[in-house]
Structures are given as C-alpha cells and as structure tokens.
Design a protein around this ligand. Structure first.
Ligand SMILES: C[S@@+](CC[C@H](N)C(=O)[O-])C[C@H]1O[C@@H](n2cnc3c(N)ncnc32)[C@H](O)[C@@H]1O
Length: 343
C-alpha cells in the first residue's frame, strides 16, 4: 500500500487555528480589550490584570505569535499594542471581527480601576518632572527640539487654516509661553492652560513682558478639569507627556467647536530612551499612522501635515486634525472611563 508522508508545510488554516486558539481565552480577550486605545508595558499589564510578570508574559507571547498584538520598545521597556488586522491574510477577517466583538464588551470594574491607576502613575511622573524642571525648562527642551525648530511650521499650518476674526484658541501645555504671542496676534481670545503651577508662572511672566492682554491663564489638567471649548486647540510637544494619548485625543476632540482645528506638534517615533529621564517624556514620539488612527477614532479628520527633520536625528511632525461641522463623536468606547463612554 502507498502511504503518503504527512504534509508538514504551514497551511493558511494553521494560521487561522493559531489565531482561534490565542483568542480562546477570557484573559487574553480582556488584554486585547484593554489595548483598544492604549499600549502598556509588561509590568503595567501585570498590574492591570493582577498577576505575575511571567504569567502575563506567557499570554502576551501567545497573542504575539497569533499576530494579535505587536510590540514597540519604549526605552528599556517593551510596550504592547494591538496589531492591525490584515484582511487579505489568513485569519484577517476573523481578527477584525474579533476586535469588533471584543470592543463591545466592558472590562471588569476592578480591571478598569487598575488601568486608571496606571494612567495616574504615568501622569504623576509627568507632573513631577515639570514641577522639578521649570527652572531649567529651556535647556531641557533644547536637548531634543526647541520651539524655534517647529514654530514656523506650526504657524504655516495655522495661517493656512484661516480662522474667523472672533475665533478663540487654547494652547495646552504652553510651557514658558513662548508661542503665546503668536496666538495672541491671530486669535481674539487665547487661553493658556497648564497643570503645572511652575510652568504657568513662566507663561504668566511672558504674557506680562509682552503685554498680551487677550491671553488668559488657567491652571488646569487638560484631560480631567473643566474648561470652555475653542475653535483651535494647540499642543506643541505635549501629547508625549500624556498618560494615555489616544484617549486624550478623544477628550480634546470634545473641547473643539464644530469646524474647529486641533494642531499638534510631536516627535516622530524614536528610540532615544534618555529622553524619558532628561525631558520627562512618557512616550518616545509617535508613529504618524497611530496619530491618524487615534484622531479618526476621536471623530476628527486628518488634514495637512508638515515634517521637520532635525540635525540631531529627531523628526517632528506637525499635524492638523479638523473637527467636522457635524461631529458624530468618538467611534470607540473609552477603556478607562466606564462612567463616561469615550479616548
Ligand atoms: C514639553 S512642555 C511643552 C511646552 C511648549 N508647548 C513648547 O512647545 O515648548 C509640556 C507642557 O505640557 C504641560 N502639561 C503636561 N501634562 C499636562 C496636562 N495634563 N494638562 C495641562 N498641561 C500639561 C507641562 O506642564 C508643560 O508645560
């Protein structure tokens, strides 16, 4: 009798089986849910799911082998985020449907609470940095990119958008206030909003020195405190200090008036981990596609962008995200704000 040798080649059906097996576990589905709009390090995920590092690492490995999560090095830590479904690959349609289904489920309340704790720890590390570093702010900024290196590009985008004569702007995280004179010239009313009293004091001195009488200073957390909406929100080198940037974009989108504009200057993704210590950065820049995806998830439309390469190897992206006149709201639910669906 003729025996056929077993076929050891990797068939598309095997990829599907690996995906199905990886997804066949409640904890792993909850990990995918937690990664909806965020990325977390192994230690953070161990904290969020209240389990040991080796246990969570095992589950992450299974998810990574199935192509359900991707990794990114952030300094010494590996951060996990969701992998994007590839519809033309084996398992791609299932992957996509799985994420849709997972996003309809809520995370257990205790898990949501621990996500909040992780975000609070990140935010506290950032606030602590600016409280300590206000005195040497400019020198610290110049280590990577100072305002002179992106000011003209932000202004070029701002001027290309064109705002009504009575338009109002908010600069979030104005630092020492060096960009405020430009905004004060272009907008009827400007609010400079910072959660660091030390940094806001620097901005106040700048307003006084330049006689900016249409700039109002507000000590507030841009993500958690109340403040009125505006036609334009400007964040220069601020997003990488936010604990959960995708969620932040959703919250910021709510602050924009219909037809308004969000202007972001940010570092492109980099691997200079010293920036965490030296500049208090929580994130080592962002992938352009991630910013676009998060903005779309927040109901905003990616518009013009400019890129500025620096001699020190860093690259800056200056992005304009527009809020449609009819805003349909965020398209995904907040993972860490159960009482206020959401970032
Ligand atoms: C790196 S500095 C950027 C300063 C300035 N925009 C520039 O381009 O030079 C970041 C600023 O964001 C502020 N900031 C960080 N997190 C914030 C938050 N949650 N709400 C308001 N301001 C925040 C910091 O206090 C600091 O002034």
């Amino acid at each position: 009798m003729n025996m056929r040798a077993p076929d050891l080649s990797f068939e598309p059906v095997d990829a599907l089986a690996i995906l199905a097996k990886a997804a066949g576990d409640g904890l792993r589905l909850n990990i995918l849910r937690a990664l909806c709009n965020d990325s977390f390090g192994v230690l953070e995920l161990a904290q969020i799911f209240a389990m040991g590092q080796s246990g969570i690492s095992h589950h992450l490995k299974v998810l990574a082998q199935a192509g359900l999560v991707a990794t990114r090095r952030e300094g010494n830590a590996i951060f996990y985020r969701r992998a994007l479904p590839q519809s033309e690959q084996p398992g791609g349609l299932l992957h996509s449907a799985l994420l849709d289904e997972v996003d309809r489920l809520g995370l257990p309340a205790d898990t949501q609470l621990r996500i909040k704790q992780v975000h609070s720890q990140r935010a506290a590390a950032s606030a602590d940095f600016f409280a300590r570093m206000a005195a040497s702010f400019q020198a610290q900024q110049d280590l990577i990119a100072g305002l002179p290196q992106y000011r003209d590009s932000v202004l070029a985008l701002l001027d290309a958008i064109g705002f009504a004569a009575d338009a109002q702007a908010i600069e979030i995280g104005p630092g020492d206030g060096a960009f405020l004179p430009e905004l004060a010239r272009r907008f009827a009313q400007v609010t400079a909003l910072d959660n660091s009293p030390a940094m806001l004091e620097l901005a106040r001195q700048r307003c006084q020195q330049d006689g900016l009488d249409n700039v109002q200073l507000q000590l507030a957390d841009a993500l958690h405190d109340d403040y009125p909406g505006a036609d334009c929100l400007v964040l220069n080198m601020v997003l990488h200090h936010f604990a959960a940037p995708a969620e932040a974009l959703q919250q910021l989108a709510q602050r924009l008036k219909p037809g308004g504009s969000l202007l972001l200057s940010e570092l492109c993704s980099h691997n200079q981990s010293w920036a965490r210590e030296a500049c208090g950065d929580l994130w080592l820049g962002f992938e352009q596609d991630d910013l676009s995806r998060w903005a779309i998830g927040a109901g905003l439309t990616p518009s013009e962008s400019l890129y500025v390469g620096l001699k020190n190897g860093f690259q800056i992206q200056i992005r304009h995200f527009a809020k449609p006149q009819t805003f349909s709201g965020p398209s995904v639910a907040f993972t860490d704000q159960p009482e206020d669906p959401k970032r």
